[in-house]
Design a protein around this ligand. Sequence first.
Ligand code: NDP
Length: 340
Amino acid sequence: MSTSVNRQFVLASRPEGEPSPANFRLVEQPLPEVGDGQVLVRHHYLSLDPYMRGRMSEGKSYADPQPLDQVMIGGTVGEVVASKNDHFKVGDHVVGMGGWQEYLLVGADQRGVLQKVDTTHVPLSAYLGAVGMPGVTAWYGLVKVIAPKAGETVVVSAASGAVGGVVGQLAKVRGARAVGIAGGADKCRYVVEELGFDGCIDYKQHADARSLAKALREHCPDGIDGYFENVGGMVLDAVMLRANAFSRIAMCGMIAGYNGQPIPMAAPQLILVNRMRIEGFIVSEHMQVWPEALKELGTLVAQGKLKYRESIAQGLESAPEAFIGLLKGRNFGKQLVKLV
Ligand code: NDP
């Protein structure tokens, strides 16, 4: 091994509002010796995900906050570079929750934190995106909450992102119409031309929910049967105005409020009027669907039928800025940090 140092980012302080680079601290630790039963993984990619913003704050949530001065939580893929564990050999590709660091030492008792993955037909980085947590999130919300019938219309926000891009493509596989909402002309063009959605609306061209609802009327002439919510705020209000009777909303994320901004809902009475079902979910609480979801996602990616795009920041030191950019929509597709 060429290095004896493991670089890591720890949470230095909790943000007030938007996170800043000062909330993170880069530290160096000596690479530990690999003991009996242990595995050393060299990370190739770190995944940056919006949920990390929630973990940086204290307060009630579905998960405990990230402790201060400890390695930031995060999904990782990498390669086993040393092993004294019968279940892993040098060269194995693995996915895990390795955190914001270049190496991870895993003990035999923590074997479940690493999963071996096959990179013959699916690129390693995809296991952090379309064939990983974001893909399963899309699958769960679409298949188990929205459950579209052929011919129905499904709308998804943050449509060019890691989750949103998969939602629309899975809806199309099921014979539904897919309409995206995304920020900017480039993202919208990609969603239609590359991902094959039936339409995509640039919400930044609309000053208020009424104007966005008008655009939705043009793209969804038969109304909206399913909405996959990733952002909240004005976008949700606009969708509510075009929702059909008995429509379903999969409440996946509300990124517009992650820095503490209020995101009131303008017309909740429409839930009643339209007899809607709105269901929030956390993908890690539905482990029973992961094998089925990953099988479909992996097969579609291997066949070239499920497309995705990645924004790749170079080097661990770029992680804080890339993460801050993700919360502002600077990413275009799955945000990763390349560590090798
Ligand atoms: P994305 O790749 O979609 O990146 C986030 C995107 O959100 C940005 O690119 C930006 O796209 C959009 N965005 C940011 N701020 C705003 C805003 N104020 N208003 C509207 N859009 C905004 O991230 P992911 O695909 O990883 O995650 C998508 C959503 O899914 C997030 O809300 C995340 O928290 C949620 N999630 C939930 C899970 C669960 O278990 N419930 C699991 C995984 C993810 P644009 O430029 O188009 O505005």
